[in-house]
Design a protein around this ligand. Sequence first.
Ligand code: PMP
Length: 422
Amino acid sequence: ESELIARRDDVLGASYRLQYRRPVHFVRGEGMWLYDPDERAYLDFYNNVPSLGHCHPEVNAAMAEQAGRISANTRYLEPKLVDYAERLVDTFPNELDRVVFTCTGSESNDLALRIARFASGNEGVIVSSYAYHGTSAAVAAVSPNLGDAVKLSPFVRMVSLPGPAGVPDGQAAEFFEAQVRAAIVDLNRRGIGIAALLIDSIFSSDGVWVDPPGFIASGVSAVREAGGLVIADEVQAGFGRTGAHMWGFERHGIVPDLVTLGKPMGNGFPIGAVVGRRAPMDRFGTTARYSNTFAGNTVGIATADAVLTILQRDQIPQNALAMGQRLRAGLEKLAKQRSGIHAIRNAGLFFGIDMGPEGTAAAGRRAMALDVVNAMRDDGVLISTTGANEDSLKVRPPLVCQAEHVDLFLACMERALIKLAS
Ligand code: PMP
């Protein structure tokens, strides 16, 4: 194992980080479970890409069937491409009725930024202060989460979120709007102007800040008044993750101009999209050129089509809501019985769980979070951390999670908290 790690470091380099103090190797996945070479099962409460569960047989059958027939690009007539595009936009509010396919979440955000800049004639972008939006040069430049590793664009302005700033729920909307307005004033004063407010609908890398629902709405209106577009990054929140709703922005009662999709769209097959309002997308599409070799290819579409069918047929978002409630109730009970859990936030099956009693120093909280993550890994349950200080547990199981899995997770977390306290 140590030899493999050394070879890996040598050939792949430092940016390929391994998760866990004791890295783990998986050889197969099935539903909620991943298996190591010794057939030890690990309960997956972390991976949000295979949201229908690992290696879903129907999704894989659709993918293999299409790959066995033809893998072709979007320049040919293909009824399935049009059918899927129609079905996808039907899951959005009526105003959002156009779609362009991509291969990754980063490409989706990159394209959305191009559209917003083209449509507004401005350059400025507002993001949350610990946002992550992807890998390309343009989206890395609006991803403060990357820290010193990237130079933020001079056109980017960051806004603090009310939750991490300790603002009470009753003043959250006002706080957010005031920051957005100040950013717009500054961008205008420097002649940059506002192209877009780009927000992850659940602020996942900021630490999962979901409440109060609607707190972004007045900030969204301020951006529109100033001529900017609103981009909801649904790479994390989309496709039912937040429970009951298909899209995370619906919790906030807003309709964005552009919505970016990725991760769970193909349950593991790389496919993403930008869905949006007709006017800005058409203005961009007829003047600028967007062609993407692999995006919307027949194999990706067949896979995504199977994913959407199962998501709707099996009422996966409703399951995410119910299981999210069960998990939340269990965590609240645990927080009362054991020390270590400071705060619990969730929408559906996306949780941020802050560690440490009130008053614990940042380094101590981060160490606690890491200890819990690693204790749970050793005990056979997979999670990770998030937030500016990496002191929140990030918990986001596949959406096919059942009551028995929630209960196994809670029992494992309790053992980790007991271990930590001893
Ligand atoms: N947006 C958000 C909110 C993300 O979490 C990520 C990936 N973690 C991306 C965009 C980029 O997606 P991808 O890695 O598929 O390019």
